[in-house]
Design a protein around this ligand. Structure first.
Ligand code: ZN
Length: 131
């Protein structure tokens, strides 16, 4: 299925192809235990790779702010205007192997959207998103 999403102010917009786990049928999501993801309390949605992510706005990821990891091999992309962390990509060494990573911050998926229910409640979001 294709999921649409973006940051809060609309500078970053994307769509991505998500392939559920073939056994469980669930989306491949996890709570990362790295210090950055813990600070954000982000839930990462795994994509198969960058080919399944299409940046609709801005024109290229060079126009998106990023925060490189200490290893410099993984970048975390966020909106410089509204501050929302949108995705993370790169590779890193783990237990002697190179692991490739491409994850989207699941909370940036547009709501409502067919096939994806994230709120778990029927509460309407606060208009404009800021209190
Ligand atoms: Zn923004």
């Amino acid at each position: 299925m294709t999921i649409r999403g973006g940051c809060h102010c609309g500078h970053i917009k994307y769509e991505c192809i998500v392939k559920p786990d073939p056994e469980s049928g669930d989306l491949k999501v996890f709570r990362c235990n790295c210090t950055y993801c813990q600070k954000l309390s982000t839930t990462n949605l795994h994509l198969d790779g960058p080919e399944d992510f299409k940046l609709l706005s801005p024109a290229s990821k060079e126009e998106v702010a990023d925060y490189p990891s200490k290893m410099k091999s993984v970048n975390r992309y966020f909106c410089a205007t509204c501050g929302v962390h949108v995705w993370m990509q790169g590779s890193f060494e783990f237990q002697g192997k190179t692991a490739h990573l491409f994850v989207v911050n699941l909370s940036t998926a547009e709501q409502p959207q067919e096939g994806l229910e994230l709120t778990g409640s029927k509460d309407e979001p606060w208009p404009g998103g800021l209190v």
